[in-house]
Design a protein around this ligand. Structure first.
Ligand code: UDP
Length: 500
């Protein structure tokens, strides 16, 4: 097959691929999807991103910049889908998980579930679009498990994009299969995940596969089944980061997968990095100027992603722990603060006392710009896969503070496999809020991560591997070429069949 594909590479050169990219409406899924569209463009493919009206506003600016700056590449375009929130029982404007997580009064857990289940509304629109446009491939987010069947109906190969890495996909597979937590004496007793390479230790409190009979459990089963119905799985990772898990996944879980990351590394220019996600709540130049005044590897960056929201008590502990550590910091607090409103979460006088030493960003930070700055010496992260991989690509040791979802699995990759991280010590996931962590624990973890030279050395080596993976001829680049060639082959076969 491979030699056939290689031949196709030359004979099928004129036949550019057209991808439909269909991201789940959350920043952690939309951001890597746009990165993917850009990557596909560099390989001569055209991409159309399917999304709702409000979300299209988030894509418009970076897409316009990309198309303008790359006139020789295929354009990226947007196809707007309707999503009548109120008809679907959702609050008006609830088109993105951001809406749910920034409205604490709405009952996040329930609304989040309702939002996820409302995704089936897109089915009919997707069918019509695929039938009329006939793309060459559909990349559908895992939360649209029915999409692979829709694509199949029209002979279009579909790829599933989970947004997370191999390690957590494999851990999840092994936990589902063996249910080792059932044998644990208590929910806090550590056990080894059976079959998973590396003797990975976890506790039941951190396992998300337990409730198979719940509405969400059933939905997750549909997601897994969609992997086997589809052409394969696209993974934002690179082989050298998690080789044992990449191999395991391809042998025992989904059979076909392509590692094409880190996707964030496709953003090379200042503007591209600055325009990732939402508009930053700080002037990017000011922020970098502040970092320019700092020594190399001397500042810790803290962010908990887009969906975690701590209560005031926890934020106060973080602030106090940071101050006690004595290290310089950039701390992103995912809160909208109105002018003049008293910020109960900020210890009295902290900003004055840490003036020049600490920078608090209220809202959205230009994360990859910051992480790439040489002054940043460590990353305290909630272990969302995008953040984690961005931290890896920037060569940073990490303090791990998982909050929910598969973040506890990602933490184990950092602390037990890569050995580039220090755990802050969260044991338990409580929906979106998480365990309470004292200021002493924050201080200890920050101090430890900033001095660990071995950890830093390993982290820097991984960053070199990450950059090499996406260079021409690197592992991710080769994987992507292979995928493109396979899809061209399918396209050609489809065209032949239609012609005959
Ligand atoms: N992000 C950012 N600025 C912020 C918060 C998040 O640029 O202030 C980006 C971050 O770089 C990452 C994504 O948003 O690409 C968050 O995805 P992740 O998987 O880390 O976490 P999630 O928010 O999905 O839990």
């Amino acid at each position: 097959l491979f030699s056939q594909q290689q031949k196709m590479g030359t004979s099928g050169e004129g036949s550019e691929l057209h991808f439909f990219l269909f991201p789940f409406m959350a920043h952690g899924h939309m951001i890597p999807t746009l990165d993917m569209a850009k990557l596909f463009a560099t390989k001569g493919a055209k991409s159309t991103i399917l999304t709702t009206p409000l979300n299209s506003n988030l894509f418009e600016k970076p897409i316009k910049s990309f198309n303008n700056e790359n006139p020789k590449l295929q354009d990226i375009s947007i196809q707007i889908l309707s999503f009548p929130c109120t008809e679907l029982g959702l609050p008006r404007g609830c088109e993105n998980t951001d809406f749910i997580f920034s409205s604490p009064d709405l009952g996040r857990g329930n609304l989040n579930q309702k939002f996820l289940l409302a995704m089936t509304y897109f089915k009919e629109q997707l069918e019509q679009l695929i039938e009329t446009v006939k793309p060459d491939c559909l990349v559908a987010n895992m939360f649209f498990p029915w999409a692979s069947k829709v694509a199949e109906k029209f002979g279009v190969p579909s790829l599933v994009f989970h947004g997370t890495g191999y390690f957590s996909l494999c851990a999840s597979h092994c936990l589902r299969l063996h249910k080792p937590y059932k044998k644990a004496a208590s929910s806090c007793e550590p056990f080894v995940i059976p079959d998973l390479p590396g003797n990975i230790v976890i506790i039941e409190e951190q396992v998300i596969e337990k409730e198979e009979e719940s509405v969400m459990g059933k939905f997750m089963k549909e997601i897994r089944d969609s992997e086997t119905n589809s052409f394969g799985v696209l993974v934002n990772s690179f082989y050298e980061l998690e080789p044992a898990y990449s191999d395991f996944f391809k042998s025992f879980v989904a059979k076909r997968a392509w590692d094409i990351g880190p996707l964030s590394l496709g953003n090379r220019e200042f503007k591209e990095k600055a325009e990732r996600g939402k508009k930053a709540s700080i002037d990017e130049h000011e922020c970098l100027k502040w970092l320019d005044s700092k020594r190399c590897d001397s500042v810790i960056y803290l962010s908990f992603g887009t969906m975690s929201s701590f209560n005031d008590e926890q934020l106060i502990e973080i602030a106090a722990g940071l101050e006690m550590s004595g290290h310089d910091f950039v701390w992103v607090v995912n809160k909208n603060c109105s002018q003049g409103e008293k910020e109960e979460w900020l210890p009295e006088g902290l900003e004055e006392r840490t003036k020049g030493k600490g920078l608090i960003i209220r809202g959205w930070a230009p994360q990859v710009l910051i992480l790439d700055h040489q002054a940043i010496g460590a990353f305290l992260t909630h272990c969302g896969w995008n953040s984690l991989l961005e931290g890896v690509a920037s060569g940073l040791p990490m303090v791990t503070w998982p909050v929910g979802a598969e973040q506890f699995y990602n933490e184990k990759l950092v602390t037990q496999v890569l050995k580039t991280g220090v755990s802050v010590g969260v044991k338990k996931m409580i929906q979106v809020v998480g365990d309470f962590i004292s200021r002493e624990k924050v201080e200890k973890a920050v101090r430890e991560v900033m001095v660990g030279e071995e950890r830093r050395k390993r982290a820097k080596e991984l960053a070199v591997m990450a950059k090499d993976a996406v260079k021409e001829g690197g592992s991710s680049d080769i994987e992507l070429d292979r995928l493109m060639e396979e899809l061209k082959l399918v396209k050609l076969q489809n065209e032949k069949e239609q012609g005959s």
